[in-house]
Write a protein that binds this ligand. Structure first.
Ligand code: GDP
Length: 299
């Protein structure tokens, strides 16, 4: 909880400041509500949700006014209501051996770091793991994954930079199956500068994995960087064209005042949000809980 509130500080203090400034010793009028709406839009809640929240705040209160605390209470309630349907715990189906998780997302979103954090968690839960260094474009990504492998005591299937990612994914899947590994985590490249190439590569990875098991990958996690704000929406659209995204991981919520983006994503796509990243440390990956998040964001 303290990691979450600490991580969400930038979003929540930006909002709290605005709310306090707006609703202290001021009568409630249309301008105030419009300013609240603007503040929420700036925090990337999306226009629809921002309007709904400011309407909820205004409802029947023009005469009496409203305290900043009461506004924050309404904010927390509305955010929780918007996020509850997408706050879905991440579950490993142990009948699949291995349970194959494909991690996708643009470069820099935090894929490799999230794989490391997730590997730590899954290991702690008693699962055996294997990692596949499928971002074969960047030598640094391969090295980074090997470091996570060492830290978590997990075998890493890697090839030289420039190797075929789909071939690597196939080999890793076979290796994990032969070893009786519980979970295989596959990293991928995220070169947005070559969208066609990126899509073709993901499709090829999916094709070869399905040769082994038509239901694989069993989870496709799209990693999104909260600091990109509204761009996250177009990233979901882009990646959904190549792969059926089963869930989202939102990273870097600690580095931004735009934490409302999760609400906008929920309103637009309704995709499950499994985890949020609130820091660079290995412990800084939290299962996504609507109530805790809503309370953290409302300050
Ligand atoms: P990839 O290119 O998608 O694999 O991204 P990386 O995993 O290499 O991460 C890019 C940068 O983001 C690294 O410096 C990470 O430490 C950082 N990062 C990842 N997740 C988080 C997070 O939740 N919070 C913060 N502050 N930084 C993060």
């Amino acid at each position: 909880w303290s990691r979450l509130t600490g991580g969400m500080k930038r979003t929540s203090s930006a909002l709290t400041e605005r709310v306090t400034g707006l609703f202290t010793k001021r009568k409630l009028d249309a301008d105030t509500l419009e300013e609240l709406e603007d503040a929420l839009i700036q925090a990337d809640f999306g226009v629809e949700t921002a309007t709904r929240i400011s309407e909820a705040v205004g409802k029947g209160r023009y005469e009496k006014g409203i305290s900043p605390d009461a506004v924050r209470e309404i904010l927390a309630t509305e955010v929780e209501r918007a996020l509850a349907p997408v706050a879905v715990p991440f579950v490993i189906d142990t009948a699949k051996k291995p349970f194959v998780i494909l991690m996708i997302g643009v470069n820099g979103a935090g894929k490799t770091t999230t794989i490391g954090k997730l590997a730590m968690k899954l290991k702690a839960d008693g699962h055996s793991l294997m990692l596949a260094a499928g971002d074969t474009f960047r030598a640094a990504a391969i090295e980074q994954l090997k470091v996570w492998g060492q830290r978590t005591g997990t075998p890493v299937i890697a090839r030289a930079q420039g190797a075929d990612a789909a071939g690597l994914a196939f080999d890793a899947y076979e290796a994990a199956r032969n070893a009786g590994t519980d979970v295989l985590l596959i990293d991928t490249a995220g070169r947005l500068q070559n969208k066609a190439g990126l899509m073709a590569e993901l499709e090829k990875i999916l094709r070869v994995i399905r040769k082994i098991d038509a239901e694989a990958p069993h989870a496709v996690l799209l990693v999104l960087d909260a600091t990109v704000g509204q761009n996250a929406l177009s990233q979901v659209e882009l990646f959904s064209k190549a792969a059926q995204v089963t869930g989202l991981v939102m990273t870097k919520l600690d580095g931004t005042a735009r934490g409302g983006i999760l609400v906008a994503l929920a309103a637009r796509f309704g995709l499950p949000v499994h985890f949020i990243g609130v820091g660079e440390g290995v412990e800084d990956l939290e299962p996504f809980e609507a109530r805790d998040f809503a309370r953290a964001i409302a300050g």
